[in-house]
Design a protein around this ligand. Structure first.
Ligand SMILES: [Fe+2]
Ligand SMILES: [Fe+2]
Length: 446
């Protein structure tokens, strides 16, 4: 048997036996033609987007138009004379992609400003022994970012439910630029239903707005919404929005790449993922969703994370998730109506709020002294005081994606100043302030 035939036979056996790693290893050269490198045109196809703000690391993602190995030059000097080059990919192989380059910068100092540029080598891939660099491109712009940490400026913004509405997104982004916070939490439903990586790239890396470098200097978090799970491509949001490195969290939590717990000045920021707004048992999902166990795994993560010294010592604890954990209206679906999200007395056949998550996470947040939970999903701004939620924390529900007086988009700004956490809710449709809320430091024993 010729070696090539043997390899093909082995692949068939491995696939039949369900050997995923071997099948994956053989898949690229044997079954999927390598993407062709374009010979001309711009290789770097977007501004960088800073993903997953953190104390000692930072993600940089950007789009490319042809097969490339991308990198970031990063240093503390504005002229980059001290820069080091960090390539995309992990330990064993550097990555090549004809769509999205993702570089995670690690080993950074907390609350420190770094300068960076992005670049990419154009790669010819003709086979395992036929690989060449056929060009190089660097974005001439030197960007900068500042890492999180105890000494960082406690100032954040929240946007949500942008739903690929460019005008809405643009208005929210312009308000964020004007505020210039230390970081932004994008609180879900950036998507509608996205079937292709190109559609995901358009949302995050190549938006149809004037300020296409919206995330090149202000770092972002992403708390997924129910719509960010929908569509073939969104089954892998990591196509465009990286996880932090596995070594940045305990092995038990490797798969919880959307959760975050980051100290920013006097505030601890906690990110949770409420997942889908329908039950896993709903026939419309064909058994392809696993939100229940995911929420329980996050509960264990949350309990342990709130004990972390940097988090427990923060005077302010602010949590974020897409679907609200409280609703004052009895006819709003709480997301646990088995088996298919319908029952008399509820207005919708999807969750307007998440009672399961509320029961799992609410008491833990209460015990930790969380002052406020910032949510989204309902497309209408609302403030629920702690006395209403009955769980010690107040809830803010961010606005919607319509340019009108009821479902207007909001930019929620939080800042610690004069011994208090001030939250200002900006109406991004008409430019007014629609809510102002002040919270004192946590009183629990830290
Ligand atoms: Fe939404
Ligand atoms: Fe939603």
């Amino acid at each position: 048997m010729k070696r090539r035939d043997f390899l093909k036979g082995s692949a068939a056996i491995a696939l039949a036996a369900g050997s995923a790693p071997l099948a994956k290893a053989l898949e690229f050269p044997e079954q999927t033609p390598a993407p062709k490198a374009e010979e001309s045109g711009r290789l770097i196809a977007s501004a960088p987007l800073l993903e997953n703000y953190a104390e000692t690391s930072m993600g940089v993602a950007f789009a490319v138009s042809a097969l490339a190995n991308g990198y970031v030059l990063v240093g503390e000097k504005p002229d980059l004379s001290d820069a080091r080059k960090v390539k995309c990919g992990g330990y064993r192989l550097c990555d090549i992609s004809d769509k999205v380059i993702q570089v995670r910068l690690t080993g950074l100092k907390p609350a420190t400003t770094y300068y960076y540029r992005i670049g990419a080598d154009r790669i010819h891939y003709g086979g395992g022994y036929d690989m060449k660099i056929i060009g190089n491109e660097e974005d001439p712009t030197v960007y900068s970012f500042t890492t999180a940490g105890k000494k960082a400026r406690a100032h954040f913004c929240v946007i949500n439910d942008t739903h690929v509405q460019w005008d809405v997104f643009s208005r929210a982004i312009e308000k964020v630029q004007q505020i210039a916070p230390s970081c932004v939490i994008w609180n879900g439903d950036a998507s509608n239903t996205e079937e292709t990586i190109e559609a995901q790239m358009k949302i995050f890396l190549q938006p149809e707005i004037e300020r296409t470098d919206y995330g090149a200097r202000i770092p972002y978090f992403f708390c997924p919404g129910n719509h960010d799970n929908r569509g073939w491509a969104n089954r892998h949001l990591e196509n465009v929005w990286m996880y932090r490195q596995p070594e940045e969290r305990p092995s038990r939590d490797w798969d919880l790449g959307r959760n975050f717990a980051v100290r920013m000045g006097d505030v601890a920021l906690i990110g949770l993922d409420t997942a889908e707004d329908k039950l896993d048992s709903n026939p419309v999902f064909a058994g392809l969703f696993n939100s229940g166990p995911y929420r329980e795994a996050q509960t264990v993560w949350l309990r342990d994370t709130l004990k972390r010294k940097d988090i427990s010592s923060a005077p302010y604890l602010v949590a974020f998730c897409h679907i609200p954990l409280f609703d004052p209206r009895p006819d709003e679906n709480p997301g646990d109506i088995a088996p298919a999200d319908t029952a008399p007395g509820y207005k919708h056949n999807w969750a307007a709020w998440q009672r399961t998550c509320s029961r799992l996470w609410g008491p833990i947040l209460q015990k930790a002294g969380c002052q406020v939970l910032i949510t989204a999903h309902q497309h209408r701004y609302r403030f629920d005081p702690a006395s209403d939620t009955g769980q010690g924390w107040a809830q803010i529900v961010g606005g919607g994606c319509s340019l009108n007086d009821s479902s207007f988009p909001t930019v929620i700004e939080g800042e610690v100043k004069a011994g208090a956490l001030h939250i200002t809710v900006h109406n991004a449709y008409n430019g007014t302030v629609c809510g102002e809320h002040t919270f004192g430091p946590r009183r629990h024993k830290r």
